[in-house]
Design a protein around this ligand. Structure first.
Ligand code: ADP
Ligand code: ZN
Length: 621
């Protein structure tokens, strides 16, 4: 039963008691009441000793002691009458009104008390429950993870094995006089498995695990966060050895800006201080490990990294192709995979995917298979799932005018042809003019290997490919549309980084021009402070690079216009082309004919070479 309800019942009980008490008091003090006529009769015929006025009531007392009360209509007239008769007149205050007011006051006080008591009780309960709510015990009721559940990041596991050992045998460490580790900072992009890793440590060591998030400590009221931190550590000490995990530590552990007085800032730094004080205050007998996770290590307060605090830092990068394969194996084990499915092929398909994205990929693929009532998940399902994750749901129902579809087809064909013809670019994986998510069309390339560094030539051809869409539109229709917005943004970002970050411009030289104040590994960056002249100079360099790439794209597409026309026509017809189809079209015999002006566009069905034409065979299938 909620506390408030219980207290209300108690309160009602008291109210009833009070009313009863008042009633009894009233009855005891009541006089026999008579009618006004009876009173007049007595006044005229009997000896009355006193008349007491209480409000608009009078109490009459006979000389023989008998008394009664009545209500009088006109007190003044009665008073003058009584004066004539020489009866003693007494005035008394009407106490009933007073009593009424008193009762109301009492009610209000009691109500307020009830509310206050129940609220404070509630708060206390919430505070004490706060820590225990977030507790995951190794009791078999909660799902526990082990290092077997964490795939693809063997280095991190190796580094954290020591923490597990320490939690298992703290004595071994204290005997030898080794100072126990206190804090571990896991840094990495969202979804790389930081939470999973922390839970796996707890699972390996079979210790209780407290799961908090930095935002749990950022409350409206100053001081609440700090007191929570103290409570948590107090409670954790009773459960030691244990792990306290704080996700998104940057919510409280961001750099403390000097002199800032905003209350949010105040609250955060108080909380952070409390955390540091608690961590410094561990004794060797408190076997508590604090694990914090962040994807913004760059904004963390340096005080957090000092020895005795989060002095162990483990960086978790998105997995490489081998890592992706093992993660797919871990999650693939939970679904029925087709027996001939090669997970390394799928790992190749999703460069840059994190553990969480891979887990999601497996699940989406399984959903696709289930929707098609298949018994096992196969390659096609993975391919669809991946497209869905990367590009959103196919918007087949979206109505695009014929004119727009044509522009779109030329746009995508432009990207694809340039990607095909430039030597330093990744192979085409798929071209589509079916709108998905926010994109209208799409030309996908897949990198053959995980690239960790990019050459100038590669980056330049990337920009040229991005420019290919707009260039194709211009060549075919002599017009510019808004469709190139995304391409232009990406190209500009690349060009800026090439010149300002990666020192790839001859004239600017190897000088850093931007400050990275964005998230973990990348994002947008801010230009450093520099003279207007330098700034202008850099702008010009970026502009030149973009213009050169655009010009290259236009030159290539003008030269291969016959190819562009053909590819766009086929795209309009079939909407989506995969790698194989694309290669066939690019190498088909007809291109020569078109080039030679023999055919305007090519119709395989009527083509004299139809028998040997792989292109037509595929189309007829
Ligand atoms: P983070 O805390 O870094 O944002 P999580 O630990 O919450 O990421 O990861 C979310 C999910 O992604 C996990 O529950 C797990 O299913 C999956 N996952 C992430 N990394 C891995 C990995 N290395 N191995 C296996 N599964 C992983
Ligand atoms: Zn043909």
């Amino acid at each position: 039963m909620p506390i408030l309800v219980r207290n209300l019942i108690i309160f009602l009980f008291f109210t009833v008691l009070l009313i009863l008490g008042y009633g009894i008091w009233n009855i005891e003090h009541r006089f026999r009441s008579v009618t006004y006529s009876e009173f007049r009769y007595c006044l005229a015929n009997h000896d009355l000793a006193t008349i007491t006025f209480i409000g608009n009531k009078v109490v009459a007392q006979h000389t023989d002691g008998d008394s009664y009360e009545t209500t009088v209509p006109n007190a003044e007239k009665l008073i003058s009458e009584l004066q004539k008769k020489d009866i003693q007149i007494i005035f008394k205050k009407d106490r009933s009104e007073q009593i009424f007011h008193g009762t109301v006051l009492l009610y209000i006080i009691m109500l307020a008390l009830t509310v206050i008591i129940s609220l404070s009780k509630k708060k206390k309960e919430a505070e004490s429950k706060f820590a225990s709510d977030k507790l995951i015990l190794p009791d078999g009721k909660h799902k526990t993870f082990t290092f077997d559940d964490v795939a693809g990041i063997p280095e991190a596991l190796e580094e954290l094995q020591e923490i597990v050992n320490f939690l298992r045998n703290p004595d071994q460490y204290s005997q030898i006089g080794a100072v126990s580790p206190k804090g571990v900072l896991l840094q990495g992009s969202p979804g790389t498995g930081k939470t999973l890793l922390a839970r796996a440590i707890a699972g390996e060591a079979k210790v209780p695990f407290y799961h908090f998030s930095g935002s749990d400590f950022v409350e409206m009221f100053v001081g609440v966060g700090a007191s929570r931190v103290r409570d948590i550590f107090k409670e954790a000490k009773t459960k030691a050895p244990c792990i306290i995990f704080i996700d998104e530590i940057d919510a409280v552990g961001g750099k403390r800006a000097g002199g800032a007085t905003a209350s949010g800032q105040d609250e955060r730094s108080q909380t952070l201080n409390a955390l540091l004080v608690e961590m410094d205050g561990f004794t060797t007998s408190d076997t508590i490990i604090v694990i914090a996770a962040t994807n913004r290590p760059d904004i963390l307060d340096p005080a957090l990294r000092r020895p005795g605090r989060f002095d162990r830092q483990v960086t978790i990068l998105p997995p490489d192709i081998k890592g992706r394969k093992t993660i797919l194996e871990v999650h693939g084990a939970k679904v029925a995979l087709a027996s001939d499915l090669d997970l390394s092929k799928i790992a190749l398909m999703v460069p840059g995917f994190t553990g969480a994205e891979l887990a999601n990929l497996v699940n989406e693929a399984a959903l696709m298979a289930a929707r098609d009532s298949k018994n096992v998940v196969d390659y096609i399902d993975f391919e669809h799932a991946r497209d869905r994750i990367l590009m959103g749901v196919e918007r087949k129902g979206m109505i695009i005018s014929e004119e727009d579809r044509k522009v779109l087809a030329y746009h995508e064909a432009g990207h694809a042809i340039i990607a095909k013809l430039l030597p330093n670019s990744d192979p085409i994986h798929k071209i589509t003019i079916i709108p998905r998510g926010r994109a209208l069309g799409q030309t996908q390339q897949l990198s053959v290997s995980d690239r960790t560094s990019y050459s100038f030539e590669y980056l330049k051809s990337r920009i040229t490919i991005l420019m290919g869409g707009r260039a194709a539109e211009e060549i075919a229709f002599q017009q510019r549309t808004t469709g190139a917005q995304g391409d232009i943004v990406q190209a500009t970002e690349l060009a800026t980084n090439m010149i300002c970050k990666w020192g790839m411009s001859e004239t600017v030289g190897p000088q850093a021009m931007v400050v990275d104040d964005a998230g973990f590994l990348g994002g947008t960056s801010r230009r450093m402070e520099m003279s207007d002249k330098t700034s202008e100079f850099i702008d010009e360099e970026i502009r030149n690079l973009l213009k050169t790439c655009n010009k290259d794209a236009v030159v290539i597409l003008k030269e291969k216009y016959y190819l562009l026309k053909q590819l766009a026509a086929i795209l309009l017809e079939v909407e989506t082309l995969d790698e194989e189809d694309f290669e066939i079209i690019m190498s088909c015999h007809f291109t020569e004919k078109i080039q030679a002006g023999i055919e305007e566009t090519h119709q395989c069905e009527t083509c004299p070479a139809a028998d040997s034409c792989t292109h037509s065979k595929r189309k007829l299938e």
